[in-house]
Design a protein around this ligand. Structure first.
Ligand code: SAH
Length: 276
């Protein structure tokens, strides 16, 4: 499966992350909170039942609100609690509607702590792994980022939500077309999606501040190192298809040499060759 991370025990979430995950202070909204708290407890299930009978637009709103709550819980319990602290990353993952990036029959599992199939033998990565990889590149608005392995488009949307200029390459034409349509529909039309073999990067878009590879390679493709800016960061799972893989962080120094660090053990689908 893709993006199933075998987590290292990491430091507990810092105070900042914990604060963001908790409900806002009620001081400024004392009256509102007081009013809500006076609704008899028994009324709540009735309200919940009624939600199922709401017409079109109201039901959509109730659904969106339910997914938003699931997303916030996912960030608090699976991501911040596991040590991801970058506020840009956490904010983007709280915002991007992950359920829109999975097949319709799997929507209710979109916020679970696991990867999910997206067709053609491919998967959308586990939320924690997406967050961990995003944090590793120290994403900031305006950065130019290449992703290899578009898949559903979810990782690309997270980077775009942060304000990065995103270039993403996918080897399956059908997945590239699906992701392009989905990203445009959800307001991430600025993401550039290309059907191609990511071993060769995106020469016309280079150089990149950061490169994320979301499929496991046997080695770090030289073209990707060449297309990285000095000072840039490349994150890639390296290892056998069925064997041990590790996320590798490659940092290009100002003088063009690279420093490599081995991070989490992970499990990703393989980086393929030959267009499909
Ligand atoms: N980042 C994706 C999930 C990636 S799964 C998401 O957010 O949904 C890995 C993806 O890499 C698959 O879609 C697979 O088809 C693609 N892939 C595999 N080999 C590739 C290659 N050489 N070039 C580009 N994409 C590739």
């Amino acid at each position: 499966m893709c993006g199933g991370g075998c987590r290292h025990a990491r430091a507990a979430a810092n105070d900042e992350a914990r604060t963001r995950a908790s409900p806002p202070s009620s001081v400024a909204f004392g009256l509102v909170v007081d009013f809500v708290s006076r609704i008899p407890r028994a009324a709540v299930p009735v309200v919940a039942l009624l939600a199922g009978a709401l017409p079109g637009a109201a039901q959509d709103r109730a659904g969106a609100e339910r997914y938003r709550a699931l997303r916030h819980a996912m960030v608090a319990e699976q991501i911040a609690a596991e040590g991801v602290t970058d506020t840009a990353t956490l904010g983007a993952i709280r915002t991007v509607p992950r359920h829109e990036f999975v097949p319709a029959d799997l929507r209710d599992r979109a916020y679970g702590d696991h990867p999910l199939p997206i067709g053609l033998g491919q998967t959308i990565s586990q939320p924690y792994v997406v967050a961990y990889m995003t944090e590793l590149i120290r994403p900031r608005p305006g950065m130019k980022v290449l992703e290899v392995g578009t898949g559903s488009g979810y990782q690309a949307a997270v980077l775009s939500e942060i304000g990065c200029a995103v270039f993403t390459v996918e080897i399956f034409e059908a997945l590239a077309a699906g992701a392009r349509e989905r990203l445009a529909r959800l307001g991430y039309g600025a993401v550039r999606v290309r059907h191609g073999d990511g071993h060769f990067g995106w020469p016309e878009g280079a150089p990149f501040d950061a490169i994320l590879v979301t499929a496991a390679a046997g080695y770090v493709p030289p073209a990707l190192i060449a297309q990285l800016k000095p000072g840039g960061r490349l994150v890639i799972p390296v290892g056998g298809v069925y064997g041990v893989q590790h996320l590798i962080l490659v940092e290009k120094q100002a003088d063009g040499t690279v420093r490599t660090r081995q991070l989490l053990p992970v499990r990703f689908v393989p980086l393929l060759s030959g267009l499909r």
